[in-house]
Design a protein around this ligand. Sequence first.
Ligand SMILES: O=C(O)CC1=CCC(=O)O1
Length: 373
Amino acid sequence: MSVEVYYEVSGPENGPVVVLAGALGTNVRMWAAQAERLAAAGLRVVRYDHRGHGDSPAPPGPYTLEELAGDLVALLDRLDVPKASIVGLSLGGMVGMWLAAHEPARVERLVLCCTSAKIGPAQLWVDRARAARESGMEALADAAVGRWLSSNARPALASGLRAMFTATPAEGYASCCTAIETMTVEDDLPSITAPTLVISTLQDQATPVDHGARIAAAIPGARMAVVDGAAHLGNVEQPAEFTALILEHLLPSRYEAGTAMRRAVLGDEHVDRAMTTMTEFTKPFQDYTTEVAWGTVWSRPGLDRRTRSVITLTVLTALRAHEELPMHVRAAVRNGLTPAEIAEVLLHTGVYAGVPAANSAFAIARRTLDELG
Ligand SMILES: O=C(O)CC1=CCC(=O)O1
């Protein structure tokens, strides 16, 4: 019987869906860095708490991996998502492997971070579950954070993660330990067909690099990446590198990356209209802007979307590109600029591009902002 797990969603409504599934003893906040950046790249990001974790219900245990994966299927059904990419770290990766093997139609692409198809010996999990129930989470917290972070991690990271761990219900944690103890996902790996990326970290002693390598060797066509400077919660300690690897795997072509970014900046309605009104005559140009403007330049990490909107408004004003301006005023608002900041951009542009150019842009921007309400 599945439970209704707690979840958070961000990113454009029609973006490709990616689910972030976390580690034992964590909650949705472990994905803060990835959620923001993946949503900014145009992905619809769903992160959730496993049963017995965070704000999800904690039914009496013990749990099985199949039950944890069943909760994720129920969540996808609730959100009306037939198929999603899964990024799972540790326990989340185990859930991802189970789902990709048993419900392949639900999994688009798979990223398995700092995880293992078998972490033994079984007694370790029996002892860990008993310790959680008998002594509570506080007693296990220092050891957990010691596994999660390398010795070079900032102290502030450790204190935030420690609070996350101790807030996890002991019964939920212990019941998930049993799910890990009893999992049999190793035999399922050769049947996985979703394109898979395995990411391991050099300082991870809980699920070391050879565990990731075994998974990558068993899943047909899987690729493997190894990240330095992080222990078990590699995505927290090396967020930029993890996010870049995840994005590259989830949006492998410039066209896919461009479409997701275009949707995030211009909105679904605009992109859907552009796609349906496209003709053979206009298709090469639509493809060019999707791949080059959106997939190559707007998708670069070097400038945030807000700054790119400021540049775009400036240049369109100077060029008197009046047909393009309303769309980019709406995009600027979507990228976080306030009307007052947009006015400031146009005023500043007037100094360098001339009063008549700025005057027309002010009129267009005012009309567009009035329409937005
Ligand atoms: O807590 C650990 O030791 C490492 C771990 C195993 C499964 C998981 O999610 O974290």
